[in-house]
Each structure stands twice: as C-alpha cells, then as structure tokens.
Design a protein around this ligand. Structure first.
Ligand code: F6P
Length: 340
C-alpha cells in the first residue's frame, strides 16, 4: 500500500514528528510505502510529490516546520476530486494522511464524502479544534510565549513600565490563558471575553500601585468592549480571513493615556510557531502519526486521530468541525482571580 502525506495550513512545531511516526510505523509494521505531497493541497492537485523512504525521516521529530512544506491552497480551486483521483491513480497512491487544521479537515471531509480515501491528523497552535483535548504545537507555542513574556517582565521592572505581550489566538485564547497564567500576568485578554479598556487600565494601575511592573497578555483576536471585530490592518489572507495583529499596540496607547504609566507593546507573532517542538509535542505528534496508520489499515476514511485524556482515539471529521474549542467561562474566571 502506498500512502501520501500532506501538511497544510499554518505550520506548527511537531509536524515532522507526525510524519516520522507515520512513516516508521507504516514501514516497520505494515510494509507500506510513503510519498509526501509538496506544500499541502497544492502538491495534491498538481501531483507534486517527493519520496519518503525511511532515511528521509531520520532525526526529524525535533525539527520545527515541515519537511514537506505547506500552503493555504484550497484543493477545490483548480483541482477537485477528479483531478486528485487522476493523480493518485497515476502515482499509485492508495490513501492520503492530511495533517492540518479546520480548513484542511473541512476540505478532507468534502473529498472523503465523494469517495477519496483520506484520514486526518489535527494541527493548530491555537488549540481551537474540538474533539481533541490538545493539539501538538500548542505546548511549544505556550512555552515560547512564556519565555518571551518572562523576558519582557524583567525589562518592564527595570523601567517601571507596563508591558503588553500580544500572542496568537485568532478565535480562542488558549495560548494567552496558559502563557499569561504561567508568567503571572495582571490581565489576560482573550477573544471569548469582552473587557472594557477602563477595566484593563484599572488592573494595570492596581499592579503599578503595589510597585509591580504591570503585565498584560492579549490574544490577537481579543475585541475590547466598545468594538465589534478584532483589530486587523493587514488585509486578508488567502482564505479571505482578516490578517490579525496589532491590538497590543492599540491598547498600549489607550492604557498609557488613561493611567499615565509608560507602556510598551510587543507582538510575538510567528516566533510562537517556529523552532523545535517541546518533548510533550514530539510525543503527542509521534503517537498521532502512528495512530493515523491504524486508521488507514482499518480503512476508517473520513476520521481523524485525536487525544482524549491520555488515549489516542479516532473521531469523524465532523466532530472536529462545526464547533471551536473555546476557553470555558470557568477557566477564565479562575485566571481572573489573579488579575490586577
Ligand atoms: O491558525 C494559526 C495562526 O497562527 C493564527 O493564530 C494566526 O491568526 C494565523 O495562523 C496566522 O497565519 P499566517 O501564518 O498565514 O500569517
């Protein structure tokens, strides 16, 4: 059996560990052959592949990024099931393992519905996919953000400034919640919770009055109470979604104006998606890659592997689509006890 692997959408530490886990198990246990599609669905609709023999995955679980490349190509633009099927037949590929986030899995579901043999592996640093407790890449992003915020903290303390750290999190605030809690933030601002600028300023002033350098951690998708949509000044991405980033700078000016406290903002941006995965992410990603081979062997097309507690389970694509895994009110309330 020959299996094609693709990585699609925004990259994420741990992608290479998934590829390695799948290839090693497939070759060792089932004698399968592997190829990789270059740059996500683009490689699938163009039939652009590289061979993935055992030596090609040697030592890659600690490498960030993806050895296959990625893109935000939609497989239905200039491709579609007939074109993909024709390439698979020509190349002798029997099944596809698609590693990606919501957009990738939604496309995979549509293609499976018309008969293509695809299984999925969920991926997102934002940790916003439902039906899996955690996605690989999230732990690494939190670790990187926490380290960076700790550094902002010391320079903030030297200058008695308020420091704002803007982290990723388009629709959900998991990275902000975890990195903010870990670094002892005086305010954590997430897309799920509207907060007024006056309330943020009050938390900042309270911390400052106690002699602390106030620290605000804000997710890129946070919307202050008086606004309707997340801050976006960079146009649209290839999926037509607003490119986020910049809410930290906006809050910086407002906090400084209300409190009179000198304030600086830093956007951590793609640093959170780069570099080596944590040990936790390597292990999770490797297990998910190996479990995807079980899905292929069992022919459970239209399902993805997922983490439930400490177990790897298999769930239908639709369980992961539809609903975002948002930060529950109780988790925010718990963190908010420490604000100010
Ligand atoms: O979905 C993950 C994510 O990192 C979001 O948090 C962010 O808004 C987006 O991807 C950035 O995408 P790009 O890499 O295309 O700029």
């Amino acid at each position: 059996m020959k299996i094609g692997i693709l990585t699609s959408g925004g990259d994420c530490p741990g992608l290479n560990a998934v590829i390695r886990g799948a290839v090693l198990k497939g070759i060792k246990i089932h004698g399968q052959e592997f190829v990789g599609f270059r740059d996500g669905w683009r490689g699938v609709v163009e039939g652009d592949i590289i061979e993935l023999p055992r030596q090609s995955v040697r030592g890659i679980s600690k490498q960030g990024g993806t050895i296959l490349g990625t893109s935000r190509t939609n497989p239905f633009d200039g491709g579609g099931p007939e074109v993909i099927k024709a390439h698979m037949d020509r190349l002798g590929i029997d099944a596809i393992i698609a590693i990606g986030g919501e957009g990738t899995l939604a496309a995979a579901k549509r293609l499976t519905d018309v008969g293509l043999k695809i299984v999925g592996v969920p991926k997102t640093v934002d940790n916003d996919l439902d039906a899996t407790d955690y996605t690989f890449g999230f732990d690494t992003a939190v670790e990187i953000a926490t380290e960076a915020i700790d550094r902002l903290r010391t320079t903030g303390e030297s200058h008695h400034r308020c420091m704002i750290a803007e982290v990723m999190g388009r629709h959900v605030g998991w990275i902000a919640l975890h990195a903010g809690m870990a670094s002892g933030a005086h305010a954590i601002l997430i897309p799920e919770q509207k907060v007024s600028v006056e309330q943020i300023a009050e938390w900042v002033s309270d911390a400052h009055e106690r002699g602390r350098a106030p620290l605000v951690v804000v997710a890129e998708g946070f919307v202050p109470e008086h606004l309707e949509t997340p801050h976006s000044e960079r146009g649209l991405d290839t999926f037509g979604r607003p490119r986020l980033g910049g809410i930290g700078e906006q809050l910086c000016a407002q906090i400084e104006e209300i409190t009179g406290i000198e304030t600086r903002a830093t956007i951590l941006g793609h640093i959170q998606r780069g570099g080596v995965p944590t040990a936790y992410d390597r292990v999770l990603a490797t297990r998910l890659g190996m479990a995807a081979i079980d899905s292929v062997v069992e022919g459970t097309w239209g399902t993805m592997v997922a983490l439930s507690g400490t177990e790897i389970v298999h769930v239908p694509f639709e369980a992961a689509l539809g609903n975002l895994k948002t930060v529950p009110q109780s988790r925010y309330d718990e963190a908010a006890i420490l604000f100010g």
